[in-house]
Ligand binder design. Structure first.
Ligand SMILES: [Zn+2]
Length: 257
């Protein structure tokens, strides 16, 4: 089959961009890496190559949606079908540069959080009770038996009274956003297919204000606010690995207000 006789029409989208994006889908599906790279913004090539995750052998691409966004960007959703029938949707954002339309951002949809290869207890096993807590569906934080100081990250000695006796206490799995960042760069191989993602440092008032790191769920296009409530969700591992703690914004109250 050749090119479709009637190109799709998308409101508010320049016709030449529709053509470029449809051709982009075809060269990606064909595995023509030189042509794919030529569509990327030159100053972001390294990031754009490693951001999405696609199966090896693709048979076709279908442009599902193309729409204007703020800042002169256009967002395209392209669905790729693999030889085994599996389907993957990528969203690319396009910008017009002097040399032509270029991809400035690309990601897999739906947005899913990466699982770090380092997930699990420290080598010396000092924080194993925390991870065992996650397996039991609890967020456990150590507390000094002597002076009730909450200790996180884990240390074998209470920083306040220098006691050695401590207990791992299950705390309510909620907190507030102390800080957050969105990661765009593929710093580790396991990030591919999950970029960008948002990491939240959440403060737990019920644990003396100790702060726990976790990736934010459903964070595509969402900018958290400092002080916003978050709730922990414990995500099990597909294999026999350790579950991981994720955060989710708790915006119900905001919507009701
Ligand atoms: Zn103490």
């Amino acid at each position: 089959m050749g090119r479709p006789m009637t190109p799709k029409v998308f409101p508010g989208v320049p016709a030449d961009l529709v053509e470029v994006v449809e051709r982009h889908g075809r060269v990606v599906a064909a595995g023509d890496n030189r042509a794919v790279l030529a569509d990327f913004r030159p100053d972001r090539i390294g990031q754009l190559i490693a951001s999405p995750s696609l199966p090896e052998s693709l048979t076709s691409a279908e442009l599902l949606d193309l729409r204007p966004e703020e800042g002169g960007l256009f967002a395209a959703r392209i669905r790729y079908t693999a030889a085994d029938g599996g389907q993957t949707v990528l969203r690319s954002r396009w910008i017009r540069l002097p040399e032509g339309w270029r991809v400035t951002e690309v990601r897999n949809l739906p947005a899913t959080a990466p699982r770090m290869t380092t997930a699990g207890p420290a080598e010396d096993g000092s924080d194993t009770p925390h991870w065992e807590g996650l397996r039991a569906g609890e967020v456990r934080v150590p507390r000094c038996d002597g002076c009730a100081t909450w200790i996180w990250p884990y240390r074998p000695i209470c920083p306040r009274c220098h006691g050695f006796e401590l207990s791992w206490v299950a705390v309510e799995p909620t907190g507030t956003v102390y800080s957050w960042t969105r990661t765009w760069q593929p710093f580790a191989p396991e990030f591919s297919g999950h970029l960008p993602f948002v990491t939240v440092l959440a403060e737990l008032p019920q644990a003396g204000g100790r702060r726990l790191l976790g990736i934010l769920l459903d964070a595509d296009g969402v900018d958290p606010l400092v002080g916003e409530p978050v709730r922990a969700e414990i995500e099990g591992a597909a294999d026999s690995g350790w579950p991981v703690l994720r955060w989710r914004l708790d915006r119900r109250e905001v919507r009701q207000g």
